[in-house]
Design a protein around this ligand. Structure first.
Ligand code: BJW
Ligand code: ZN
Length: 248
């Protein structure tokens, strides 16, 4: 049992607007590998080498295989108690926003309503030549990288790779939510990828209290007001219990 710090419990009591900024670590307990760290590498490739348009052009089959492998894992995975605890917070706070770097749909499947997906969604695809849109089911069984039905162009996942712009409307709305929140939780992210990592910094600059939940210290730890080290699937339900029991 964690004994939460008094200043955090006080903030929780007076807060009405929460932002949860999440990364791959929140889905680790659902069985989805993270990007970095010992458990995080796929066939020894770094995410920078795979999540990259030039790599896709050089070796579309390799990049496609990585996404099909992750889609298969995603289909077999379920949201964990961390995702569910965030979704349930909506009962107790008037404005709960999830800003996620994840593409895995687990926040949605847990029932969260206000989700901003900064790096796209793994279930969608599009043609790199004519931009026709396709969904996951169109190519669910495709071992080989598929071709566009209208123009023959290569099909890629609708996610944001290095050097690519984030969806601007999604990012600016997420920034706006961050600038108005009372508490920003930073959950399971290394915090090294920008501009996504500006979200908690924007929250802090506008007076929010920052709470980090991670198994290890990160780049954002020194900025956080409170760091809770442990698994998000364990810590988030404890925070929810504190909220429910009005312990504070
Ligand atoms: C647990 C746990 C448990 C484990 N409980 N915790 C400054 C400003 C702007 C841009 C830049 C900048 N500096 C550099 C850039 C460029 C670049 C960048 O950030 N590079 C850095 C790496 C240095 N950024 C970009 O290129 C971005 N675009 C851009 O800047 O556009 C403008 C532009 C356009 C044209 C030219 C130039 C600029 C785009 C970034 C896109 C990132 N894409 C990916 C792939 C998405 C699709 C996919 O899923 O395949 O996003 S890469 C990958 O990293 C993915 C993730 O969302 C992202 C972040 O990773 P995350 O989620 O933090 O995971 P991990 O593995 O790093 O960490 C997991 C954490 O969980 C760890 O801390 C564990 O300890 C913890 N953990 N188990 C709690 N149970
Ligand atoms: Zn096409």
């Amino acid at each position: 049992m964690i004994h939460f710090r008094e200043d955090f419990l006080g903030k929780l009591k007076s807060a009405s607007r929460l932002v949860f900024f999440s990364g791959a670590g929140i889905s680790a307990e659902s069985g989805i590998p993270t990007f970095r760290g010992e458990e995080g590498l796929w066939k020894k490739f770094k995410p920078e080498e795979l999540a990259n348009f030039n790599s896709f052009i050089r070796n579309p089959q390799m990049v496609w295989e990585w996404y099909q492998y992750r889609r298969k894992i995603g289909k077999e995975s379920l949201p964990n108690p961390g995702h569910f605890a965030i979704a349930e917070m909506e009962k107790y706070f008037s404005d709960v926003t999830v800003v996620t770097q994840n593409v895995d749909n687990l926040h949605r499947r847990a029932g969260s309503k206000n989700i901003y997906e900064l790096h796209g969604n793994i279930e969608k695809n599009f043609c790199i030549a004519c931009h026709s849109r396709y969904d996951f089911l169109d190519f669910q069984e495709s071992v080989d990288v598929p071709r566009c039905k209208s123009c023959g162009g290569l099909i890629r996942p609708d996610v944001v790779w290095f050097g690519e712009m984030l969806p601007q409307d999604v990012f600016s709305e997420a920034e706006s939510k961050a600038s108005k929140c009372d508490i920003c939780f930073i959950v399971g992210t290394s915090g090294i990828v920008y501009p996504a990592a500006f979200i908690p910094l924007t929250a802090k600059q506008n007076g929010a209290y920052l709470v980090e939940i991670n198994i290890n210290p990160t780049e954002l730890s020194s900025t956080a007001d409170y760091s809770l080290y442990g698994r998000s699937g364990e810590i988030l339900p404890l925070i929810l219990s504190a909220v429910k029991s009005k312990e504070y």
